[in-house]
Design a protein around this ligand. Structure first.
Ligand code: SF4
Length: 280
């Protein structure tokens, strides 16, 4: 049975989620802040974590953005193969939702031409990824992505001989070189394998996973914990002012790759880890 969904409903959902994502930090992130506060030994680090918790409260209660950088609007769509989208162009409906959400929510417009730096004026075009899945539902994630942490992200086409040791080394090196720039404590999204572009997309998708949740693959779960432990020995700390809480989590997704390749993408996410979702 084919189920019809009006694209106007997509516009409304993207608009509402754009505002909510920028104002309401998820419970998973807040719980991680609290846990980090309990474990942080540095007084300055504890002070910063306390400020992040207070900042999130003020944003939520006063309906203002968690951060002045309200990001590029990254949208993931999982479209059931039994869904028939009617009433217009799906991608235009998403752009319109971003336009309305960023306009009516008084969110900063961060999209510009790479050379002239002329602002597009309404935070479009949105960055849209679509995936076709079984079923008759449409799932939408809105993931505003700040520039500071995106700038510290890296893609490596490693030789296969680099192996697991080389992968671990590059992830930790990326966080070390980023230092205070990506507004730590960060979440480190990692994509291993696939092709050049798949590795980057897997790294970004890994950021959709709730903080504190286990990786469904027990070996990757163990690897995430091991790398997080190494990162949190770097001493960068909250906002780069020193301490053990440099990152809150490492999230890894892995795909098979070419016999001649070992792609690795590290997508750094700042503490303003914003993602909201709805299923239509
Ligand atoms: S990196 Fe994140 S916390 Fe830092 S300014 Fe950008 S959006 Fe804000």
């Amino acid at each position: 049975m084919v189920r019809e969904i009006e694209v106007a409903a997509v516009t409304q959902a993207v608009k509402a989620l754009s505002i909510e994502a920028n104002e309401v930090l998820g419970k998973d992130v807040l719980d991680c802040f609290q846990e980090a506060l309990r474990n942080e030994e540095s007084p300055v680090g504890r002070e910063v974590l306390g400020q992040l918790i207070e900042n999130a409260r003020i944003a939520r209660e006063e309906h203002i953005p968690i951060c002045q950088d309200t990001g590029l609007a990254v949208i993931f769509l999982e479209i059931g193969q039994d869904v028939h989208l009617v009433g217009g162009d799906l991608k235009e409906a998403v752009h319109q939702g971003v336009r309305e959400g960023y306009g009516e929510g008084y969110l900063r417009k961060s999209s510009c031409h790479p050379f002239t730096r002329a602002n597009t004026g309404d935070n479009t075009p949105a960055v849209i990824y679509t995936d076709i899945v079984p079923g008759d539902r449409l799932k939408i994630w809105v993931v505003p992505k700040g520039g500071g942490s995106e700038n510290m992200s890296r893609l490596f086409m490693l030789p296969p001989s680099a192996g697991l040791a080389g992968v671990k080394e590059k992830i930790v090196e990326t966080v070390k070189e980023a230092g205070p720039n990506p507004c730590p404590p960060t979440i480190i999204g990692v994509g291993i394998g696939g092709t050049f572009e798949q590795a980057a997309l897997q790294a970004k998708k890994s950021l959709l996973r709730d903080l504190g949740s286990a990786n469904p693959d027990p070996e990757l779960d163990q690897l995430e914990k091991e790398i997080l432990d190494q990162i949190n020995k770097l001493g960068i700390g909250p906002q780069g002012l020193g301490g053990r809480t440099t990152s809150l989590a490492v999230h890894i997704r892995l795909l098979p790759c070419h016999i001649a390749s070992l792609p690795l993408a590290v997508n750094v996410q700042c503490h303003a880890s914003r993602h909201k979702e709805i299923t239509l």
